[in-house]
Write a protein that binds this ligand. Structure first.
Ligand SMILES: NC(=O)C1=CN([C@@H]2O[C@H](COP(=O)(O)OP(=O)(O)OC[C@H]3O[C@@H](n4cnc5c(N)ncnc54)[C@H](OP(=O)(O)O)[C@@H]3O)[C@@H](O)[C@H]2O)[C@@H](O)CC1
Ligand SMILES: Nc1ncnc2c1ncn2[C@@H]1O[C@H](COP(=O)(O)OP(=O)(O)O)[C@@H](O)[C@H]1O
Ligand SMILES: [K+]
Length: 503
């Protein structure tokens, strides 16, 4: 699903208005109705609502929604927030005229006294949406600050007011802290990035019937993973299949004190459908692996404590995953250097394999084409340099993937897959329960197994991050986020496959 910029959203609006055709006022009515449907599903008519409406179409949405909610029997109060002399949008003005006189309506201007709010009231933030052109100031900033200090549930309309959707929001800007953001048609790019995403709370995209033709033809490098798309990437098991049908993967990793990482990756690879799995571990890991993962074959390194030399034949494997628990010893770096000189099957690199690459730019330049790298933010910074903000980091991701002709899974709350063609795919599954040691090792195992089963590098990344997050969501549903540990992701991987198939 494409993610649109604010400018593209305006174009989508205009196209829909012209081609459907529908009046701009009716489109606003549709948006307001979608918002109200969401509110009514969540809150009963006993819950009072306080709307704060700005001068543009976002404020217009707020006014229309206040009317619809009032007509549905809810108690509604409206505050019109305005800087003296500020122009109002046409649809705002029309919706103000349509507001039933029974709704208590007040204007807040500079120097206002912030209204007392009824206990349990829900604030609807309709100050500004995607038309924000500069940081909030004056009365708008004051209202936003008051809302933030009120300690109430805030539902933002389309965008939390004060947040820029396609560019970094300045550090000192005032932004409404939303509990929920009900956004129209598509989430905005800023919702998916760590810093700006924190203002958004839990976001829900509600369809408002923007023209499908426009959505189909509009060009953007930003995509959001949907269940339907990821499901289409699944491959059914064949009746006459045998273990050779599903690939032979190799995982290289584990070192003294870090054998767990390799074990986690190995178990995940097996649960992700691999036909055969071999692990290469240092001698210290032999009995650990043979006991913890009896399904895997083991190759032992000449070294007692860490990886120093590849002991197998590259052509035996359909994919090699390297990194979980690997360590960063100098002879491990050398072993990687030697490995990269060989003709290799597709690679998945994680953790210390990435740190070794980051520390040795010559090694990085020999990275085989179409390799999958799975850094978290810190590892990515080591590889590509520091980013001034989340949007800059996306630029770095794009140029890194293009320069090294690789796929990067930049891990986080919305893990982002960067591709050599310059595209970005944001994941939609996963939860903060997965912020626990070893979650990334599980992902490496999943990706290695999917790649070895014949998925392309891109399919592997998309299917892998989605299933990994879905396993986390299913696990968290049963045991809660705080108690979730990395092994649970592997335990729930089967259910994630089932849920995706059944969706
Ligand atoms: N397709 C969809 O998704 C649909 C979207 N719809 C809704 O429309 C919303 C976008 O509406 P919008 O373009 O009128 O923008 P909005 O955010 O209300 O404000 C812009 C106004 O504020 C001004 N202004 C800007 N920044 C300012 C500041 N810091 N301080 C003071 N003023 C500032 C700016 O004027 P300027 O001063 O920049 O000339 C302009 O007058 C969108 O978020 C959604 O809610 C639906 O109704 C229909 C379908
Ligand atoms: N808040 C979060 N929401 C969703 N997924 C998360 C969150 N925090 C972490 N994750 C996921 O958990 C994994 C953590 O990986 P990583 O940081 O490499 O952990 P480790 O090195 O301990 O294995 C990533 O796949 C990441 O996307
Ligand atoms: K808003």
């Amino acid at each position: 699903m494409k993610i649109l910029t604010a400018a593209q959203t305006r174009e989508a609006d205009a196209y829909t208005i012209q081609q459907e055709p529908v009046s701009s006022l009716d489109l606003m009515e549709r948006a307001a109705a979608a918002l109200v449907a969401w509110l009514r599903q969540r809150y009963s008519a006993q819950v009072p609502f306080v709307f704060f409406c700005g001068p543009g179409n976002n404020g217009g949405d707020g006014l229309a929604a206040a009317r619809l909610l009032f007509q549905a029997g809810y108690e509604v109060q409206v505050f019109l927030v305005e800087e003296a002399g500020q122009c109002k949008s046409q649809d705002f003005t029309q919706n103000l005229q349509r507001l039933p006189s029974e709704i208590s309506t007040h204007t807040l201007q500079a120097g206002f006294g912030f209204p007392e709010m009824e206990f349990g009231a829900i604030v609807v933030d309709a100050l500004f949406g995607s038309g924000l052109s500069r940081p909030l100031q004056g009365v708008y900033a004051q209202v936003a600050e008051e809302i933030n200090q009120a300690g109430v549930t805030v539902v933002a309309v389309d965008v939390p007011s004060g947040l820029f959707t396609d560019a970094p929001t300045p550090e000192d800007a005032v932004v409404v802290q939303a509990t929920y953001t009900v956004t129209f048609e598509r989430p905005k790019l800023a919702f998916l990035l760590p810093k700006s995403g924190a203002w958004v709370g839990e976001w829900h995209a509600v369809p408002i019937g923007l023209h499908p033709e426009f959505l189909q033809q509009v060009a953007t490098p930003y995509q959001l993973l949907t269940n339907a798309y990821v499901k289409s990437l699944l491959k059914a098991r064949q009746k006459y299949a045998h273990k050779g049908t599903y690939g032979h993967a190799l995982l290289i990793g584990g070192s003294y004190g870090k054998m767990g990482a390799l074990v986690l990756a190995a178990k995940a690879a097996l649960r992700a459908g691999i036909g055969l799995l071999t692990v290469q571990i240092p001698q210290v890991g032999y009995s650990i692996v043979q006991t913890a993962v009896p399904e895997a074959m083991a190759l032992t390194d000449a070294h007692e404590l860490h990886f120093t030399r590849f002991m197998g034949q590259p052509e035996t494997y359909e994919c090699i995953g390297i990194g979980p628990g690997l360590g960063q010893a100098e002879d491990t770096r050398l072993a990687l250097e030697n490995l990269f000189r060989q003709h290799l099957p597709p690679l998945v690199l994680d953790a210390d394999a990435l740190n070794l690459l980051a520390a040795d730019r010559t090694l990085l330049r020999t990275l085989p084409q179409d390799t999958i790298l799975t850094p978290h933010l810190k590892e990515f910074e080591r590889l590509a340099g520091p980013a001034t903000d989340d949007f800059h980091r996306l630029q770095l991701l794009q140029s890194f993937c293009q320069e090294h002709r690789c796929y990067v899974v930049l891990k986080g709350a919305h893990s982002c897959v960067g591709t050599p063609t310059g595209d970005f795919y944001f994941n939609t599954t996963g939860n903060p329960g997965m912020a626990t040691g070893g979650s990334g090792d599980v992902l490496t195992g999943i990706l290695t197994a999917l790649r070895a089963q014949g998925h392309s590098a891109l399919e592997t990344c998309l299917l892998g991050v989605y299933l990994h997050g879905l396993a986390g969501d299913l696990a968290a549903k049963e045991m809660g986020q705080a108690s979730l540990i990395a092994s649970d992701l592997t335990t729930y991987l089967g259910k994630a496959f089932l849920a995706l198939e059944a969706s």
